[in-house]
Design a protein. Structure first.
Length: 113
């Protein structure tokens, strides 16, 4: 399981190039071990999600009325819709099913069957 490598918003860090080439630390890696400090994080979605103890926003009962995540998903750009799709997939089918698909991607998002 690589739930740690699923970003709070639904971006999948494990198959994202900046993550595996080491130029990005990923969304959630290191906060649980103390290697990174959540008070220094800039992404308000990540801060909220990690402080509340969720694996991602997919676990949040307030997601449908959350302005932070809905504004993010509504941004211009293909990837934002794909991150929303990831979160919706996780809400419907769970993390395990998501990871079976996402581990075959070559980006932070990808195709579903
Ligand atoms: S935008 Fe925020 S929540 Fe999404 S992967 Fe990046 S840091 Fe994590
Ligand atoms: S309130 Fe919004 S940003 Fe915070 S965990 Fe829930 S969906 Fe994510």
């Amino acid at each position: 399981m690589s739930i740690k490598e699923i970003g709070c918003c639904g971006a999948y860090c494990k198959t994202c190039k900046p993550f595996y080439t080491g130029t990005c630390k990923g969304c959630k890696i290191g906060y649980d071990t103390g290697d990174r400090d959540i008070s220094k994080a800039r992404c308000k979605i990540k801060i909220c999600c990690i402080v509340k103890g969720y694996d991602s926003c997919a676990d949040c009962p307030e997601i449908e009325t959350c302005p932070a995540i809905m504004e993010f998903y509504g941004k211009n750009g293909y990837k934002y819709g794909k991150y929303q799709q990831a979160t919706e997939f996780i809400r419907e089918y769970g993390y395990e099913e998501f990871l079976k698909i996402a581990n075959n991607w070559t980006n932070a998002y990808g195709k579903y069957k």
